[in-house]
Design a protein around this ligand. Sequence first.
Ligand SMILES: [Zn+2]
Length: 496
Amino acid sequence: MEQQFLIYNTLSRQKELFTPLTPGRVGMYVCGPTVYGDAHLGHARPAITFDILFRYLQHLGYKVRYVRNITDVGHLEHDADEGEDKIAKKARLEQLEPMEVAQYYTNRYHAAMDRLNVLRPSIEPHASGHIIEQIELVQKILDAGLAYVSNGSVYFDIRKYQESTHKYGKLSGRVIDEMLATTRELDGQEEKRFAGDFALWKKASPEHIMRWPSPWSDGFPGWHAECTAMGAKYLGSPFDIHGGGMDLVFPHHESEIAQCEASTGHGPCKYWMHNNMITIEGQKMGKSLGNFITLDEFFNGSHINPKNGEEMLAQPYGPMTIRFFILQAHYRSTVDFSNEALQAAEKGYNRLMQAFKTLGSLQPSKTSSLDVKGYRQLCYDAMNDDMNTPIVISHLFDAARVINTVNDHKATLTQEDIDELKSVFQTFVFDIMGLRDEAATDNSALIDGLMQMILDVRAAAKANKDWTTSDKIRDSLSALGIAVKDGKDGATWELK
Ligand SMILES: [Zn+2]
């Protein structure tokens, strides 16, 4: 049946029925990582949240173009007084080319996301590859009279923008006075007409290594400009969905709206979606707290808090445990990390995987003593209610209980009902929530199984006195670096 998919729009502050601008097609843009450090738990949440959205929209039959950028220039650090961007700063520190740093961390980001089974987006544009588009955007805003050049830099003119029919602050609900109270002293304040104005283009200082020519100066684009320019380039303007973490609502997305309205007369998208944050044992994640736990550290099971020298992780956590942990909360709720919470997630994940395995060995009966026909629609209803994955999981746990009851011979299911449950698990657990059976994809288990099969074939050949085949198997394995040893209990193997 046709699904009515409701999503919460941050702009209207309510759930709205999702209807794409072009029937059958969806354009979605999500702010990607700034590649100057390893991905941590905070990066996993938006990646997984919008992966679910990407998967679900495709499941509903939409043709989706998913754009997620790589910020490799122009992300000014809030506390940087020299205006040097984060990538250049790190490059200077490690004596590397800025692009070398960006590539290194991009590769590592991809590897971590692959392990979390996050699908790659359709297009992954780099800010550094779209300087021309960003210069064009800045020029349009200047032409509209809503920006000004000051000492080679270009600033967005917030007060002029307010005087027109626009309203800065419509997404975040912040008013200008409140904004000013929270704006810290930044480089270039003396160049601005108004403290709330933000940079569209920054003139590079002589020591700044990442720079491009522009009509105003050799410099680099402001961070907000890249998403506006690249979103419009690949998805058109406006497009359907713009997503990101709640920490990006202000000033990043608020400024994106202002830039888009100033240059086109309308906002960038129809729906704004934001995932909430992850706290670590009740605290915000922050460099100063030493609690930025990278994904690799979770997978390996060790993070020493540099502030107090304490080990924060009780054990390694598999990528699917991390994924399940994030899916157990609604994406607009906060999630708090603790070892207990992750251990509970590991149990919950294993319970679902075990139920699916049990499903494969259930004996069908002529009649069903339990009704399992409702699970599919219950799961759809939860997904359609603004991607309520915790409710989907609770229905799947109910289904797992049914499976176990049948397995314990306390209830019966027909083959048709068993197949229906298999299909529900396949659809919601694997296709939409993107979980996978870690045990089944473990290569060592796979290799053990394959080797046992090969040795069985060889044993059968020997039993038939087919020495040609048994020798060929042994020699082929030897060529691959695998030694076969014949013992009195049969053959064993080891890597040479
Ligand atoms: Zn962005």
